[in-house]
Design a protein around this ligand. Structure first.
Ligand code: ATP
Ligand code: MG
Ligand code: MG
Length: 406
């Protein structure tokens, strides 16, 4: 695949103004959480202007973006107004008003990736149906809308049975496990009933969870980041090991499944493909995020081009950068809220102090206004000469009384 061409340089006699620096285009981002913040930080290095749309006055991205519009990214009129000040629209969260984005696209607004992609992704059942049409390997799944249909699914797939909300899911909120038939009705109620849309998946007793970040340029070229392993705690991504410690054969398989899935979608940007590696060496797709992702945080310090810079390059029509690692190993640890309020901040700060004393460690603090239990408050990335060493460094800094630095 040929490399994406730079923004057309105006030649003599043409009326196009010259490009100042990397790009003169204003990037509009729907959502100003930590992903939006890190996107702004990459943009700042390249002198690219980013406007953020987020309802929270002091959202993480507000301190680093060029312009923060306070408003809902889920409200059609607000998104329409916001789009007027941007040259290309993108998002850090897929739970946005996709119908409005589709209308805007028809009026000539550039959205990357495309509204069609968001529509497919934001409904996890539709996403699975879509990928199965393209022959992507998935856990078995079926839509359920009555108690009898979910009982039938339980008979078909056995227990435990994974029950999932079709929409608005994140960090496992929207998933529930039924261990036997008797639990089905309480599990369904815990997810708000059948009204908002549920489906079930066959339980996958995976050996590892993997993720591959795939970047695609505006002219359809793709590059893939090295396969990483993600380790979840209570359904929340907690640790990322880069590269994953799996065979070359499995790396190739995971990368090809991920690339095939992303090639089936429309639009430019980075996409994260969450995968299950089973004990019998199958790779199954769990879900796709059409944006920078938690499993790519470590690319900031560990790769030649971070996923955030890569996303900007892709959506702006610039050449894609090198996704490969510049160090043998990296580990990323999410700082999750351990307690509400001040005591939670104290615990997080103790961990940060230990990280600041760790060679090769970088601390990212999102500066979210409120500390809540299980909330992603920041992360630590340790880069080093081997996975063994970075793991040992992480273990050491997670010991509460290590070095007396408390
Ligand atoms: P995210 O924050 O990544 O968007 P989510 O709320 O959309 O998460 P999923 O990715 O569907 O949730 O699931 C969360 C976690 O639950 C997975 O990473 C995996 O650990 C576990 N899980 C999901 N589906 C299955 C399954 N079919 N079998 C076994 N475990 C599963
Ligand atoms: Mg999800
Ligand atoms: Mg997930």
């Amino acid at each position: 695949c040929a490399r994406a061409s730079m923004e057309p340089a105006p030649s003599e006699g043409q009326s196009d103004p010259p490009v100042h620096g990397v790009s003169d285009r204003v990037v509009g981002v729907l959502g100003g959480g930590q992903l939006g913040k890190m996107l702004c930080q990459a943009a700042s290095q390249m002198g690219v202007k980013v406007a953020i749309l987020d309802p929270l006055e002091n959202c993480p991205a507000s301190s680093v973006c060029h312009k923060h519009v306070v408003g809902s990214f889920d409200d059609g009129d607000t998104v329409r107004e916001f789009a007027k000040r941007c040259d290309v629209l993108t998002f850090e969260i897929e739970h946005v008003d996709a119908a409005t984005l589709e209308k805007l696209e028809k009026q000539g607004v550039v959205c990357e990736p495309k509204a069609s992609t968001i529509m497919i992704i934001q409904d996890k059942f539709r996403q699975k149906q879509y990928f199965s049409k393209f022959g992507i390997p998935l856990p078995d799944f079926v839509e359920v809308d009555t108690l009898s249909s979910i009982e039938k699914a339980g008979q078909m797939f056995g227990y435990p049975l994974m029950v999932k909300s079709k929409r608005l899911a994140y960090d496992g909120r929207g998933n529930a496990v039924a261990h036997d038939k008797n639990e089905l009705s309480s599990v369904v109620s815990s997810l708000g009933g059948f009204e908002h849309g549920l489906y079930v998946e066959r339980w996958t007793p995976f050996a590892k969870e993997l993720s591959v970040i795939v970047a695609r340029s505006r002219d359809g070229c793709t590059v893939c980041y090295p396969v990483v392993e993600t380790i979840h705690k209570d359904n929340i991504c907690h640790v990322v090991e880069a590269p994953a410690e799996i065979s070359e054969k499995m790396k190739t398989l995971a990368t090809s499944v991920a690339e095939k899935a992303i090639k089936s979608l429309e639009g430019a940007g980075v996409f994260a493909v969450e995968l299950f590696l089973t004990n019998d060496n199958q790779v199954l797709l769990n879900e796709v995020a059409p944006r920078p992702h938690n499993s790519g945080h470590q690319t900031i310090e560990a790769c030649y081009t971070s996923q955030y810079e890569q996303h900007l390059r892709a959506i702006l029509g610039l050449p894609l950068g090198d996704p490969s690692m510049k160090a043998p190993a990296a580990i990323m640890y999410n700082i999750l809220g351990e307690d509400e309020g001040e005591s939670g901040f104290v615990l997080a700060h103790q961990l940060i102090k230990r990280a600041l004393n760790t060679p090769g460690a970088s601390v990212h603090w999102y500066a979210k206004p409120e500390m809540r239990k299980q909330r992603k408050m920041g992360h630590i990335t340790i880069v080093g000469p081997s996975m063994f060493i970075v793991k040992a460094q992480l273990d050491k800094l997670l010991q509460r009384d290590a070095d007396g630095v408390n």
